[in-house]
Design a protein around this ligand. Structure first.
Ligand code: CU
Ligand code: ZN
Length: 174
């Protein structure tokens, strides 16, 4: 082969890399911190599973009872009240609902429930979310609310203040 062609080899390798298959994110973590005057803390782990995302949470410092649990559009924590996170993640342009309603924002995950000790642990899998592609929630926010989400009132579920927020970041592959 001519020497000039060999010189092209690194260029061709770089092109192949750039257009090669995207490495998919399989796991993510959102560390939840309290908004101003609130007390919730904990972690939400997210895992890419067949057809969706599995969320596993371990939280404390909550008032006993149900709390709205959503993915909000922006992973921006730079506001005392959590409002920089924008509204519920809504790539389909729908109205508010819950995980089991036909009409819903993709980010509508219903409620989590805290026990008498203020802690909540659990898991759920949601089919409308992803960790890659156009439904990706990487870089968006998990938000916990003061009150129960009624899973009907548009656009907020009437869930009250934003008491906790965590940005969804890529985790090291296990
Ligand atoms: Cu919310
Ligand atoms: Zn919603």
């Amino acid at each position: 082969m001519k020497r000039s062609l060999w010189l092209l080899a690194p260029v061709l390798a770089a092109v192949a890399f750039a257009f090669g298959p995207e490495k998919k994110v399989v796991g993510a973590t959102a560390v939840i911190h309290a908004t101003k005057g609130q007390t919730v803390s904990g972690v939400v782990k997210l895992e890419a599973v067949d057809g969706g995302v599995k969320l596993t949470w371990d939280l404390k410092g909550l008032a006993p009872g149900k709390h709205g649990f959503h993915i909000h559009e922006f992973g921006d924590c730079n506001c005392d009240d959590g409002k920089c996170a924008g509204g519920h993640f809504n790539p389909d342009g729908k109205k508010h609902g819950g995980p089991a309603t036909a009409e819903r924002h993709a980010g509508d995950l219903g409620n989590i429930e805290a026990g008498a000790d203020g802690s909540s642990k659990g898991e759920m899998t949601d089919k409308g979310l992803a960790l890659h592609g156009e439904r990706s929630i990487i870089g968006r926010a998990v938000i916990l609310h003061e009150k129960e989400d009624d899973m009907a009132t548009d656009p907020t579920g009437n869930a009250g203040a934003r008491i906790g927020i965590g940005v969804i970041g890529i985790s090291k592959e296990q």
